[in-house]
Design a protein. Structure first.
Length: 202
């Protein structure tokens, strides 16, 4: 049976999973969900109700990073896995933890009226954007001269952050980060997984 992926086009977690699956050449059945009307079949295999969820013959994988690693175990033609494991963990922990929290606060100001966007931007800059720029001063990519799974795992979140206030993001003094972001945005890999799919109906 072909793997089934429950996904949502604009979700950054789903984006990184789709990019890894595409890179590894894994064909799958794409099931685009509606967040307000999640399919019963998805909730049966993954009650937590978040995307992405990958259903394979072997197992159900409902964490985006686990989907990425599963795909790369199958096929990794460019050596995406060749990274310093400790350094990779530091970046991912920072991105998926405190930076994601700041991103949500920045994206939904009505939910956090006590927080000023400028303060959130300052915190995000200190936590993630400045370290990203410093890392990219040494290499074209986050951990080396070649792209790795860490770049792909983090890129969708930086993309989302940049879209909240494009003018504000453009004014930041981080040319390497902007170039890195632009490279991913224009890549064939990213654009190939951003095609629109109709909502899947059971």
């Amino acid at each position: 049976m072909m793997p089934i992926l429950y996904s949502y086009r604009r979700c950054p977690y789903a984006m990184r999973a789709r990019m890894a699956l595409k890179y590894a050449g894994i064909e799958y059945e794409h099931r685009e969900i509606a967040l307000r009307d999640k399919p019963k079949s998805m909730l049966e295999v993954s009650p937590k109700g978040t995307v992405p969820v990958l259903c394979t013959n072997e197992k159900i994988i409902d964490q985006s990073l686990d989907i990425m690693h599963w795909a790369l175990e199958k096929f990794d033609p460019d050596g995406w896995k060749s990274v310093d494991v400790g350094l990779a963990k530091e970046w991912i922990d920072k991105n998926d933890g405190p930076f994601k929290k700041l991103l949500d606060q920045y994206k939904y100001p009505n939910r956090h009226p006590e927080l000023k966007p400028a303060v959130i931007l300052g915190s995000a800059t200190a936590l993630m954007l400045r370290p990203l720029e410093e890392a990219l001063n040494s290499n074209q990519y986050l951990l080396s001269k070649q792209m790795t799974w860490v770049d792909v795992a983090i890129f969708p979140f930086i993309r989302q952050f940049s879209m909240v206030n494009p003018q504000g993001f453009d004014s930041l003094p981080f040319p390497k980060t902007k170039k890195w972001l632009e490279h991913h945005l224009k890549s064939e890999l990213f654009n190939s997984v951003m095609e629109k799919h109709p909502t899947w109906v059971e």
